[in-house]
Design a binder for this molecule. Structure first.
Ligand code: UD1
Length: 423
């Protein structure tokens, strides 16, 4: 296995370009299943473990892909299987994204139930609710979701999500674009990744109104076409790099980002005392002499993202005072806290709230990654910790951060990747 060995105490400063968005790439790649006509050319797809896992799932279904220089070519002409097996789904919950497109195009899909997750229960009931509203008959047997569209085609319907879900909205939209008639979705996820998916589907020939909002209206069509598409940049990676500069007292420019997508996060950096300047596609952050404490609540977009919660907690360990960080999306997403405390942080957990008592001098030790963003928070802490921090099980980090140590080293960090045997 790989670990990151971080020699702390170096300022993260300079200029860097964000990678393509992982969470936008996954539904876009799934949406290529909606048509067998032509070959898709998808640009700015990050070179990540999750993208590889998703490509393996598509290969299993009979889809052809080739990947080079962040461009993924996909042809879904010869789909031979409508079944997503447990061996692949268990590696990545986002595999559920194949349900909507397969059902919409072929009238049938079998997808293994995804199972548990490192930060609490992550049900899929809203995905199933959306498919059922669109007319699908669903049974769950032997660990599989078996979904069939009577007569071979889904029918437009009104879907009112009781809570905002990125994945369920993505699946619902992908299913609705090939359904017969009109679909309306209330309380849709407005996250930029879903907006990007909708723009991709519109480029393929779908008719969608309200993209980027919580109310969507989709006019079903008979067929869609393969297209060339430029993926958006990764707002969470960008936010993490900004936090890396802020925690080490550095100054950074992150290029490629759309600052509007980071508005809630940038507002908190300003409250923490950072100076933030934006252009149409870049953010420049200058660190203050002393970081200030902030209260943050993670909620669906456009609020502060749950995917930045762990990194923000790491940052607030260095702020002069007490910060309260609440997660209203995932109430139990706090696996990073015991590990941050092992590095010397003083953080308490009360229900879905972390109380961070700063500033604390961190000192390097060996810590364990438990999930993607938790790992990112440990790397941030390692950058500022005295001595050497070893972050084990970096495969979690590799799922969502492209060449993270290479990027951070180019900005002044001292990180090496080394092999180790866990047992
Ligand atoms: C996506 C992101 C993930 C991010 C999350 C919230 C991808 C691949 N992953 O995950 O990084 O942290 O959005 O921004 O894009 N829920 C249900 N039933 C469902 C589905 C979800 O109750 O059927 C709940 C979840 O438990 C959670 C909330 O809804 O409390 C939001 O989850 P959701 O937006 O669906 O997250 P994902 O799409 O899985």
């Amino acid at each position: 296995m790989d670990k990151l060995v971080i020699r702390g105490g170096h300022r993260i400063s300079g200029s860097i370009t964000a990678s393509g968005s992982k969470n936008a790439s996954l539904p876009i790649i799934a949406a290529t299943l909606l048509t067998g006509q032509g070959t898709f050319t998808l640009h700015n797809i990050p070179d990540l473990k999750d993208i590889l896992t998703f490509s393996q799932l598509l290969h299993h279904l009979g889809v052809e892909t080739s990947y080079s220089g962040n461009t993924l070519k996909v042809s879904s002409r010869n789909v031979e299987s409508l079944q997503a097996p447990y061996e692949l789904v268990k590696k990545m919950r986002a595999s559920i994204y194949v349900l909507g497109p397969l059902l919409a195009r072929f009238g049938h899909a079998r997808v293994s139930l995804p199972g548990g997750c490192a930060f609490g229960p992550r049900p899929i009931d809203l995905h199933l609710l959306a498919m059922e509203k669109l007319g699908a008959k669903i049974t769950i047997e032997t660990g599989f979701i078996d979904a069939t569209a009577p007569g071979g085609r889904l029918r437009g319907a009104h879907i009112d999500f009781p809570i905002s879900s990125v994945g369920a909205t993505g699946n619902a939209v992908m299913a609705a674009v090939l359904a017969e008639g009109r679909t309306t979705i209330s309380n849709a996820a407005a996250e930029p990744e879903i907006d990007t998916l909708c723009k991709f589907l519109m480029a393929m020939g779908a008719t969608i109104k309200g993209t980027g909002t919580t109310e969507l209206e989709i006019e079903g069509t008979d067929s869609l076409n393969a297209v060339e598409f430029q993926n958006v940049f990764d707002r969470i990676e960008a936010g993490t790099l900004l936090a890396a500069a802020a925690i080490t007292g550095g100054d950074i420019t992150v290029n490629g980002v759309e600052p509007e997508q980071l508005k809630a996060v940038l507002k908190k950096f300003v409250q923490a005392g950072c100076s933030v300047e934006t252009t149409l596609n870049s953010v420049t952050l200058k660190s203050p002499r002393k970081l200030l404490p902030t209260d943050v609540t993670a909620k669906p977009y456009p609020a502060f993202p749950t995917d930045m919660q762990a990194q923000w907690i790491a940052l607030m360990t260095q702020a002069e005072g007490t910060s309260n960080i609440t997660d209203k999306v995932y109430h139990e997403r706090f696996n990073h806290i015991p590990e941050l405390n092992r590095l010397g942080a003083h953080i308490e957990i009360r229900k879905n709230q972390a109380i961070v008592h700063g500033p604390q001098k961190l000192s390097g030790t060996t810590v364990m990654s438990t999930d993607l963003r938790a790992s990112a928070s440990l790397v941030l802490a390692g950058l500022v910790a005295e001595g050497t921090t070893e972050v084990l099980r970096v495969y979690h980090l590799d799922r969502g951060y492209e060449k993270i140590e290479v990027k951070l080293n180019s900005l002044g960090a001292d990180i090496s990747r080394e092999k180790y045997n866990e047992f």
